[in-house]
Design a protein around this ligand. Structure first.
Ligand SMILES: Cc1cc2nc3c(=O)[nH]c(=O)nc-3n(C[C@H](O)[C@H](O)[C@H](O)COP(=O)(O)OP(=O)(O)OC[C@H]3O[C@@H](n4cnc5c(N)ncnc54)[C@H](O)[C@@H]3O)c2cc1C
Length: 588
């Protein structure tokens, strides 16, 4: 009997991958699909010719992220596709796989982390994915479609859009079990007039709604990497730990033409992947809003003077590459509670008519894992460190913070946040290279609130949030006394983690509160816009055989949260390309 149970337990652990392992460490089930391999297995030119292996591809997708996975999966139905992803696999990585570890993945600043931290020049701590599945492997999981206005504005075929969303939803999206903190948000939103209640829906509708999630009812994450399983395993190769360094161009003709890419494997050895010699074959950049503009610049497409400063041979002078970067600013109010709140990320959203979205999260950091975890300067929770001026946040201060944190009573982590974030920010910034090392983050500036309309909307959003905090749904639920607005805002300033100097006790000015406590909801976008860098078909202007399909092409972040539309976009462009090349024979 004991043996039977032992076998069952092993089977369970195997099926659900609960064996913890950090990214990069081996695990018998690590790669899940046979077409996923380490970059070092890529056959070198000499070995491929001697083995007769045809080492050329119809499509090379740079970045196996949110858009890259559904795109590659779809293209592989008919064409040979190579995906090159710089990170590892998400499947056996417990930091990625479980909702409860959301903030631990973000706090892991090691070189093998699934999340690569960056700090914009604005002083806001941010993160970009470095793992197969991209943002879907480290994000908060909330799934909601773009508005019909957005789809019209980008000129996509509405019928194909409406076929592409369900392709994603059937595979990895779930209806959440609404937790009490999210119920309190729903009811208080309706009380303050953000109505009607639209129930559980993926659609973008004014009022209050419950959206989908890529976490299942066990809190297990389902990522865009799972969409690869719909691909054709005979025609799909996915290499992980494959960091693309540049696109290779043939510049001997009238227009520069992409012929392949140079990438390095996990041992630092370089390889060249080559496109088969057909005019329609392409390198497709799906490296994200930081990675794709960075890759264009490293490949010689960008502002000439900037490229020359770094001795990058200029393939095409385009002053718009890296321009128009935007990030939806988020400001949060910390709501203390006298009992432990269950951890929730986002489930409910209020879509207002004033260009502000309201969401909530709760219950971070109560697990023992989390209390002991080294969050250091990247803490995504109540940051004791944030009370120290930025220049004094030395490694010693971080160590002292960790020691203090271990001794803190669990109660210190009780409560949750009400978040407000502004839709389509008008404030824009830019991205530029600091060096030619692809592993290093480029310099990114978002200029949060540089446009007065953005600041005004933040103030309006915080006003709504303070009403919500005082509504009986929160005060009853948290069993806290009716907090004074002043007290709540002050504790939010202290709890905030960015590197911007703070003005506590100046919360009378909500403008100052917004500027001091701005953080990110990680919906940054832009840098390779349609019209200036890519065509409406997302082909890079002025060169042949390069496209960009990811969030770098957006002028605004779609919906209240973008991942649904970014995944849909991967499927959409895959289907479009197949139809354009094959007509009816595309079968899609
Ligand atoms: C912490 C966090 C929370 C979020 N929460 C939500 C949420 O709840 N709901 C929501 O809708 N959205 C959320 N988002 C936003 C959403 O996840 C992103 O907008 C979306 O994933 C971006 O997709 P992408 O395809 O543009 O880029 P990514 O998904 O980042 O894909 C880019 C991929 O390219 C790879 N890459 C980059 N450079 C190279 C290179 N040189 N060589 C090889 N590979 C490379 C990267 O490793 C990555 O895998 C969140 C994002 C983050 C970071």
């Amino acid at each position: 009997m004991a043996l039977v149970w032992a076998v069952k337990l092993v089977l369970f652990l195997w099926l659900f991958n609960v064996l913890p392992s950090s990214q990069g460490k081996g695990n018998f089930n690590e790669f899940r699909y046979p077409f996923i391999k380490r970059a070092s297995t890529f056959p070198s030119a000499s070995s491929s010719s001697s083995s007769g292996h045809n080492n050329v591809y119809d499509y090379i997708v740079v970045g196996g992220g949110t858009a890259g996975c559904p795109l590659a999966s779809t293209l592989s139905q008919k064409f040979n596709v190579l995906v090159l992803e710089r990170g590892g696999v998400p499947f056996a990585n417990s930091n990625v796989s479980f909702l409860r570890n959301f903030h631990i993945a973000l706090a892991d600043t090691s070189p093998t982390s699934a999340s690569q931290a960056f700090i914009s020049t604005d002083g806001v701590i941010n993160a970009r994915a470095r793992v197969l599945g991209g943002g879907t492997s480290i994000n908060a999981g909330f799934y909601t479609r773009a508005s019909t206005r957005f789809v019209k504005s980008v000129g996509w075929d509405a019928k194909l859009v409406n076929e592409s969303y369900p392709w994603i939803e059937k595979q990895i999206v779930h209806q959440p079990k609404l937790e009490p903190w999210q119920v309190a948000l729903r009811d208080s939103l309706l009380d303050v007039g953000i109505s009607p209640f639209n129930g559980f829906t993926y659609d973008h509708l004014y009022g209050t709604k419950v959206g989908g999630t890529i976490f299942d009812r066990f809190g297990r994450r389902h990522t865009a990497a799972e969409l690869l399983s719909s691909g054709n395993p005979q025609k799909l190769t996915v290499l992980v730990y494959a960091t693309v360094q540049r696109i290779v161009f043939d510049t001997s003709g009238k227009r520069p033409k992409a012929v392949g890419v140079i990438f390095k494997d996990e041992n630092g050895n370089q390889h060249e992947a080559v496109l088969a010699d057909k005019p329609q074959n392409e390198v497709i950049l799906s490296s994200g809003a930081i990675g794709s503009p960075q890759m264009l610049l490293l490949s010689g497409i960008g502002p000439k003077a900037d490229l020359e400063k770094l001795n990058i041979p200029v393939v095409l002078d385009n002053k718009f590459v890296g321009k128009g970067m935007a990030d939806n600013p988020m400001n949060a109010i910390f709501v203390p509670s006298n009992k432990a709140e269950k951890q929730t990320l986002i489930q409910t959203v209020g879509i207002t008519k004033m260009g502000v979205y309201i969401e909530a999260s709760s219950g971070f950091s109560q697990s023992m894992d989390s209390i002991q975890c080294h969050h250091g300067i990247m803490s995504a929770e109540i940051g004791q460190l944030s009370t120290i001026p930025p220049k004094q946040r030395t490694p010693e201060a971080v160590q002292a913070y960790i020691r203090r944190k271990r001794n803190l009573p669990h109660e210190a982590f009780k409560g949750g946040f009400i978040l407000e974030k502004i839709a389509y920010p008008i404030s824009k910034g830019d991205l530029s290279l600091v060096n030619t090392n692809v592993d290093d983050n480029p310099s990114v500036t978002f200029n949060y609130f540089s446009h007065p309309y953005d600041l005004q909307r933040c103030v309006d959003g915080i006003r709504v949030a303070t009403k919500l905090v005082q509504s009986e749904h929160f005060t009853n639920y948290t069993r806290c006394n009716k907090e004074t607005v002043e007290k709540v805002l002050n504790s939010s300033v202290e709890a905030n983690v960015n590197l911007i100097p703070k003005h506590t006790n100046d919360t009378k000015s909500l403008e100052q509160f917004c500027k001091d406590t701005v953080i990110t909801i990680w919906h940054y976008h832009g840098g390779a816009h349609v019209g200036t860098v890519v065509s409406p078909q997302h082909k890079v202007l002025g060169v042949d055989r390069v496209r960009v399909v990811d969030s770098s092409t957006f002028s605004e972040s779609p919906g209240t949260n973008p991942q649904a539309t970014v995944m849909m976009m991967g499927r959409y462009f895959g289907a479009k390309i197949l139809r354009e090349r094959l007509g009816r024979a595309a079968g899609i």
